[in-house]
Design a protein around this ligand. Sequence first.
Ligand code: COA
Ligand code: ZN
Length: 295
Amino acid sequence: MQSATVTDVTARDGLQDAGVFVPLAEKVALIEGLAAAGLPYIEATSFTHPSRIPMLRDADELIPMVLDVVDRLVVLAPNRKGVERAVRAGAQRVLLVASASEGHSRANLNHSREEAMRIAKDAAAFAGEQGMATRGGISVAFECPFDGIVPTGNVVEAAEMYLAAGVEVINLADTLGTATPQLVKERIRAVRGAIGPTVPLGLHLHDRNGCGLANVAAAIEEGVTHFESALGSLGGCPYAPGAAGNLDTETLLRFLEVQGIATGVDLDLLPRLRESVLSATSPTRKEAPWPDLQR
Ligand code: COA
Ligand code: ZN
């Protein structure tokens, strides 16, 4: 593989479970900064019920403030109502979500796995009618905090639903951060075998056991070209107890770079953004000296 597509999810996943509410102006600066660094896609916010994800309750105001980079933006919507709000705000690309386990589906989406798949399918169809690009997210595609290791068949069912819905990419999410290279390979092969070669597959990565980059390497071997990560390893699902932070975006990009895989991102612009967002999410934290000497 010569190139990979990275979606940075700091502004959505990274902030959704933060201990403090990050003000609009700082969210805008983060999104604009990621766009300036060349991130091809930036997951900017989610249009969920504001009482369920209060840290992103400003989604309707945020998107109109970053329309200059709207072609890079992805927003999460859990149902048709979320897509309606996203359209009204001016978003052009939406990530639908369905859980591969019963337990997480009920905790996260308040619906059974089957109902949630119907809701995601309906929301995808509606988004398509509105001219939006759609992505299909499969939460807990590996292990669920409530139900344990998730049956491969559940992941395949969700992927088949998204294939029929016409999404541009299907993301397998390691919501807990406990996937292993072997599990990644098994799931990718099963999904690829079921849906055929047309739709790209992506990995949305968290990292609890230090397997993050090994999972990326395993996925690359299986032909995966899309990866999702967050600055400073922020992130975690409030409805997945024990979920670890996302795989760190800079670590992912450096890994891809040393593997000779182009990402189009200027890594030198990321340390300052990472420090700003870490300070915004933990106000008492002292900023590390900058420029960053890691590279
Ligand atoms: N945005 C705003 N309000 C919404 C909404 C949305 N996307 N979806 C539903 N609502 C409102 C409805 O209008 C209704 O309002 P009312 O009581 O004033 O009439 C109320 O919420 C209940 O609607 P319902 O469709 O029954 O939703 P629900 O209570 O079953 O909740 C979700 C379903 C998906 C909206 C909710 O569980 C949720 O927001 N989960 C967050 C998931 C998430 O983002 N997790 C982390 C990332 S994966
Ligand atoms: Zn996540």
